[in-house]
Design a protein around this ligand. Structure first.
Ligand code: ARG
Ligand code: GLU
Length: 709
């Protein structure tokens, strides 16, 4: 009876685990290739990744570290999300020309705008160096010693790897340290802004629609890679020319229909799909709730001020969006993990795992070890989150004190660097105080520091908080500290090194902030790191054990910012009983949501006109203009701006978000309700052509009709 039950559970696990996955492009032969074919793909593994010939991967570009972008013309034209280009678009904006509000379109190549510090990275080659890295690592050695040997082997592998002078090397571990890949990369440093729609298109729906379907956002912007005359990476120069890529993606005019094959190619940031049940339980019940509450309280206060004051509204728009983005994600994630019974499912899998490994000396105790370690780390992990959400992220004055703390440490270590360090920190503070409001921050301080004092684990609380009247403390700090204004900060940081350090340490704001930072580095972080190291070591063995215990299962390595392929189909879903979501949204939906003058749902005059006249050019279908669509592609943060590619290798869309019910896919991908959200390529073309009259950009693309015979 027991055996049958276990077999049934095993089968259920196997079935539910099908689909999803973020695969390494150089390792697609076999299972992935077959699976892609069964979903409708006509691409071979080699079409996607090839070292000797150009392939799709040569058009995929890591955009400024955090997002993905793709090359869509033979002149290095780069497509990414509006929210990925946001900072750059904002930095070129002023009251006279507000490109966030009005959009920006370079009418000629000479009008394209350089962006200091912006980078775009291509992957030249991926080598599997696992054997070299993991050879002769004695299992009996300490974790530290093992890591030392691994680092040594990585350095040796880099030493002997072939690369051109202008290329870089990076080694990343996969499967929690069970596989090592070496990436040869090329980083371009002259990236110019080419075009962006107004926020009322590029961020339509804003935070209300964020993480939601149905969606109607034209979340795209255009950049261009420039290279030197040898087509190689170079710092910005007027002499630079548009990059001539090995490959660029043709853009399909034929659109998508339900069940069409889709491939998303990009740089997903982080997933944790192989955590034990006890870890998921901790996330849902211990870690997410306080983080959600802290952000909710901060958002309430910021929102109140933004509504009352036009200046604060601009100053805090981007900060508000950033806080709200993950606040909303965590809520959806916790709900989804509960609803999809992720913890129960993990426990069922673990029962099978345990049964199969009960006599295995190396694997038989892993789950028990996890239980012990996660119980041990819990309080410290919660304390650490309180600290990072309150001190580091959401009370701005405390964030300023973290910066000062690092500054103090740096100059104490290397006194001769004082001047450089001072101008560095002052430079950072200039941007900081430009968007800072003291009254607002004082209120956030009062609320969040009270939560810190009353609700965070008392065992980890510093004495500076224990018997303190928070309201009085806030009053004192915000009226007497130099951390509340750029001018005061300038005064605080002027004088000789000795004077500066004395003044800093007499400042009531810094004194209090420093007590919290000290507490973090003395009482919270060391304990957390020590336990986390053990958890990671256990996870490495568990990952290996899972793959050996279930040899017929498909295991992909967790996302870690490296290039991945994920694939699926265009598909609607059932978010709840009696509700069905279709897979495509149309311009009709933009007009349904339209609220004149509203900061989230306003629609530009010209778009309304085009809609009324149904002036959709070649881009509409049956008198309608498609806007967004959803599919079963397994994506995460970092996949923003990833191309959506059809069965033949053409661009059909641009990834930018996930649906609410499926945000738990970072821990537990469920093909029933996990969907990624994409901008339809036809909407992008329509906006560039009909809305922005930028025919020159359309002309440099290669538009194709893959569905017409
Ligand atoms: N949720 C998307 C992603 O994680 C889009 C975020 C930008 N948009 C916004 N309304 N905050 O990053
Ligand atoms: N918006 C996310 C990003 O910036 C992508 C959405 C997701 O997390 O899947 O990468």
């Amino acid at each position: 009876m027991k055996i049958i039950k276990i077999l049934l559970l095993f089968l259920a696990f196997q079935l539910s685990a099908q689909q999803g996955g973020m695969w390494i492009p150089s390792l697609l032969k076999g299972m992935n290739e077959k699976e892609m074919k069964s979903l409708g793909s006509e691409l071979s593994a080699q079409d996607i990744y090839d070292v000797n010939h150009s392939s799709l991967k040569d058009a995929i570009v890591h955009f400024n570290g955090g997002c993905t972008s793709e090359i869509i013309s033979d002149s290095g034209l780069l497509l990414t999300n509006h929210h990925c280009g946001y900072g750059a678009i904002q930095s070129h904006s002023s009251v006279e020309h507000d490109y966030l509000q009005d959009g920006f379109w370079a009418k000629t190549i000479s009008e394209e705008l350089p962006n200091k510090g912006m980078v775009a990275t291509l992957i030249v080659r991926i080598d599997d160096i696992t054997k070299d890295v993991l050879k002769n690592i004695p299992a009996s050695a300490s974790i530290k010693e093992q890591q030392r040997l691994i680092d040594q082997h990585i350095a040796m592998a880099k030493e002997k790897a072939a690369k051109e002078a202008w290329q870089d090397l990076k080694v990343k571990s996969m499967y929690d340290g069970n596989q090592y890949l070496l990436f040869v990369t090329e980083t371009f440093k002259d990236i110019r802004l080419v075009g962006a729609p107004p926020t009322s298109i590029g961020k339509f729906g804003s935070d209300t629609d964020n993480w939601m379907w149905p969606r109607h956002t034209g979340d795209f912007s255009l950049f261009r890679i420039y290279a030197d005359k040898n087509n190689q990476p170079a710092e910005y120069s007027e002499e630079n020319v548009p990059y001539d890529p090995k490959h660029f993606l043709p853009v399909s005019l034929d659109g998508i229909s339900e069940n069409d094959f889709t491939l998303v190619f990009g740089f997903p940031g982080r997933t944790s799909e192989y955590l034990p049940a006890v870890a998921i339980d901790q996330i849902v019940h211990k870690l997410n709730p306080p983080k959600i509450k802290i952000r909710e309280e901060a958002l309430k206060i910021v929102d109140g001020y933004m509504r009352k004051d036009a200046k604060i509204k601009i100053q805090y728009a981007s900060k508000y969006a950033r806080i709200a983005n993950y606040w909303k994600k965590w809520i959806g994630e916790s709900q989804g993990l509960e609803r999809s019974k992720a913890i129960e499912k993990k426990k069922e899998l673990e029962a099978v795992f345990q049964e199969k490994n009960k006599n295995n000396a190396a694997y038989g105790n892993l789950l028990q070890e996890f239980e012990t370690l996660y119980t041990e780390i819990e309080e410290t992990a919660v304390a650490r989150d309180y600290w990072s959400e309150i001190v580091y992220r959401n009370v701005e004055l405390l964030n300023a004190s973290v910066r000062l703390y690092r500054f103090e440490n740096n100059v104490q270590k290397t006194p001769e660097a004082f001047e450089t360090e001072r101008s560095k920190i002052l430079n950072g503070f200039k941007g900081f105080y430009k968007n800072y409001n003291t009254t607002l921050d004082q209120e956030v301080f009062k609320k969040l520091v009270t939560i810190y004092k009353e609700e965070s684990p008392q065992s980890h609380l510093p004495s500076s908080l224990k018997n303190t009247d928070i309201a009085a403390l806030a009053e004192n700090i915000y009226s007497n500290s130099g951390l509340t204004h750029m001018d005061k900060m300038q005064t605080l940081l002027s004088g000789t090194q000795e004077e500066v350090l004395i003044k800093m340490n007499e400042d009531p704001g810094y004194q209090f902030g420093k007590s919290l930072v000290d507490n973090f580095y003395e009482a919270i972080n060391p304990k957390f790191q020590a336990l986390n190291l053990k958890i990671k070591a256990t996870q490495k063995v568990y990952m290996k054990a899972l793959m050996e215990t279930f040899p017929n299962e498909r295991f992909f390595p967790d996302a870690n910012g490296t290039l991945r392929v994920t694939y699926g189909q265009v598909k609607g879903y059932q978010p709840k009983d009696a509700v069905l979501y279709e897979s495509v949204s149309y311009l009709e939906g933009v007009m349904e949501k339209y609220q004149p003058g509203d900061y989230e749902f306003d629609v530009p005059e010209k778009l309304i006109e085009l809609y009324k006249k149904k002036d959709f050019g070649d881009y509409g279908i049956n008198g309608k203009m498609p806007v967004n669509f959803i599919g079963t592609n397994h994506t995460t943060g970092g996949n923003s701006g990833s191309p959506v590619i059809d069965a033949k290798g053409n661009l059909i869309g641009l990834n930018f978000d996930r649906v609410w019910e499926g945000t738990m896919s970072d821990y537990n991908y469920d093909p029933e309700i996990c969907r990624n959200i994409m901008v339809d390529a036809r909407y992008i073309l329509f906006i560039i052509d009909k809305y922005a009259d930028s025919q020159r950009l359309i002309d440099e693309m290669k538009l194709v009709h893959p569905k017409k015979k």
